[in-house]
Write a new protein. Structure first.
Length: 319
């Protein structure tokens, strides 16, 4: 039988479970998005917890089938228990995954390792970006850009996990929030990133220009939402509004990266989080930085990074 390590992640919008083998190869990365009512811009935590409780038995059953058919031997379970490694970082939705992890581990007599959702994102991005061997033993910057986070992190690998310092963030809304608010206002289905990207890709003109707001690594994105909605309201051109929004967000990330370089020196930059599955912004970022991007499957919320972190911790503990 082949050793394997399990990861469980219950974010505010996705239930996910994953399994990697002893060599650090992700075998399966199962995900179920949480349903959001049409016209809504998100989920209440109580609704997210309820949906995770509904999804986890089905996903754990599918994971068990993979384990049985592949003749894998689980060695440890990893789970995300907080949004980030910071005092007071808490969301009730992560309790669903924690309960499932400890129940599975107790039945199998396995250890449980707890991680942050954010560090799972970083680890999954490393795995799929081609930078795993280059960055696992050196400091780097990492953007985590999603509906719940717009942060720039200084990351130092530490054992099987990461030591993370916040060096840039938003002062108002997150990039994913801006995307979803604009998309919902234009009649798109939540979450809106994929449809909005298709609209922006179809735009043939030059995006509306506007200066970005970044100071000492801190950004503001509420202006991007307001301007995109004004463009749409005045022109009814969804493609123009979408193109402007992604151009604004991309230039904001460049300005944040440049600010970090000015303060802390140049380092490679890893891009993680659901917003970074967008391919329109990658050209500008790659031309400015030594940039690495997760593949879409490993950029949006997923449990693969948690499984990989679990493997690393278990191997250090010689389990």
């Amino acid at each position: 039988m082949t050793d394997c390590y399990i990861g469980i992640d219950t974010s505010n919008y996705t239930t996910s479970v994953s399994l990697c083998d002893g060599g650090g190869c992700v075998i399966t990365n199962l995900k179920t998005p949480l349903p959001v009512k049409e016209g809504s811009r998100g989920l209440r935590q109580s609704d997210a917890v309820f949906e995770h409780v509904r999804n986890l038995p089905m996903l754990m059953q599918a994971l068990g089938k993979v384990i049985k058919e592949g003749e894998y031997r689980p060695k440890a379970v990893g789970v995300s228990v907080s949004p980030r490694n910071a005092e007071g970082s808490y969301m009730p939705c992560f309790l669903s995954g924690k309960a499932a992890a400890y129940a599975f581990a107790a039945a199998e007599g396995l250890p449980v390792y707890e991680f942050s959702h954010q560090n799972g994102h970083v680890r999954a991005a490393l795995y799929s970006s081609g930078a795993e061997q280059k960055l696992m033993d050196r400091p780097f910057f990492a953007f985590h850009v999603s509906g719940g986070t717009t942060e720039l992190l200084a990351v130092t690998p530490k054992g099987a996990d990461f030591e993370v310092t916040l060096v840039g963030e938003t002062d108002d809304i997150n990039a994913g929030q801006a995307i979803d608010r604009v998309g919902v206002a234009m009649g798109l289905s939540f979450p809106c990133g994929r449809e909005l990207e298709q609209l922006a890709t179809a735009f043939s003109g030059k995006p509306y220009r506007h200066s970005v707001c970044v100071r000492d690594g801190r950004c503001s994105l509420s202006g991007a939402e307001n301007i995109a909605l004004r463009i749409y309201g005045e022109t009814k051109d969804r493609e123009a509004a979408a193109a402007f929004l992604f151009d604004f967000i991309g230039k904001t990330l460049i300005a944040m990266g440049e600010s970090a370089e000015a303060r802390f020196g140049k380092h490679p930059i890893l891009f993680a989080g659901g917003v970074m599955s967008n391919r329109l912004m990658r050209g500008g970022l790659s031309s400015r930085f030594e940039a690495y991007f997760a593949e879409p499957e490993f950029s949006a919320d997923n449990a693969a990074g948690i499984a990989l972190l679990c493997r690393g911790r278990a191997m250090l503990d010689k389990i």
